[in-house]
Write a protein that binds this ligand. Sequence first.
Ligand code: HEC
Ligand code: HEC
Length: 348
Amino acid sequence: MSLSFYACKKDNTIEEAPKTTAYVAPSIQNFRTMPIDAANPMTVEGIALGKKLFFDPILSRDSTISCSSCHKQENSFSDPRPRSRGVDDMPGPRHSMALINLAWQKDRFFWDGRVSTLKEQAGLPIEDPLEMHLPIAQAEQRIQRHPEYVDMFWKAFGTKTVTKDLITKAIEQFEKTLLSYNSKFDKYARGEMELSASELRGLDIFKTEKGDCFHCHSSTAPEVFISPDRTFANNGLDSVSSVLDFADFGLGKFTGNTNDYGRFKIPTLRNLAFTAPYMHDARFATLDEVIDFYNDGPKGSLTLEPIMREKANKRVELTGHWGLNLSTQEKADLKAFLLTLSDSTFIR
Ligand code: HEC
Ligand code: HEC
């Protein structure tokens, strides 16, 4: 007989697995319903366990680093350091990413898209030598030694055996509860608040050919502001004559396809007020620098997103400018709009 879903109490009677409480996601008027993952149903108990694990340095080799060391709540679960630092103060190769409304980002994770689920993702930083650097078997053993954790696994999953599968399931459940939906823009979308004249002009620049932002960062997916039609793009950060000259191959590093070199995951635009510096390599310290970059126009390379090249060529034809050629006021308007996507209730 298998006892895996039961546990023997001291008096040798068999303890039945406790009932879990299903998590009910808040219904958010301007959002689509949160997608449900049948492979990992969210429960109040699973989320509580995932939250404890997320903030606990127990998952790093020297017990100094937790997920929250590089995904800090006050920075919308990103990291103000251009390069996050793992155990032994080792810098990683890329800038950390903000964790917001992840349930709606079901495609691919990491700047290079190398994993397809949050569950799969959660196991990687634990073992990564530049992050927490702890063999997963040791992580399991360590957690197994804590009666408080064992009790939480029992309550969440009906087993007292700690496994990688359950650790990562719990973390995934918690991450999906990192919901941000009270930005000024959300309140505007729900008809609770007006945007200022400048913010409205900025929105117009954002969603029209004037700014051309919407091809990649779209308000039709308001939960994440990532276009439903595109997940990765080369937005023209670097001019290289051969794709082999990109300092980071991005998506191409994962797929091995040279057409993907220099393409990166399109990031959310939510909470930009808290997530500086920007881009996979943190090259821009401020939003003004980001806007100046787009305003100058994309730098050329073979994998530059075709739509960006097309629009820039058209501008040259019509106006003689490769870049957006926005005025100082228009740049300020675009920035004012972008900042309406920041939700200060989320970082507390
Ligand atoms: C040492 C710093 C560090 C630690 C510790 C760390 N992360 Fe990260 N995290 C990063 C960086 C840097 C990236 C981007 C890496 C890349 O693209 O190669 C990232 C990316 C992610 C992403 C992808 C987000 C997206 O939009 O694609 C998720 C999810 C994530 N981390 C969750 C976690 C969890 C869960 C833990 C703990 C088990 C953790 N991280 C620990 C630095 C860290
Ligand atoms: C062709 C697709 C595309 C277009 C068009 C585009 N972006 Fe981006 N954007 C991206 C990609 C891809 C990244 C990440 C690039 C990287 O790090 O290598 C990015 C990054 C950003 C970031 C940094 C976010 C962060 O967390 O690091 C901001 C802000 C931003 N874009 C705003 C805009 C604005 C404003 C416009 C319009 C003026 C715009 N983008 C147009 C694809 C695009």
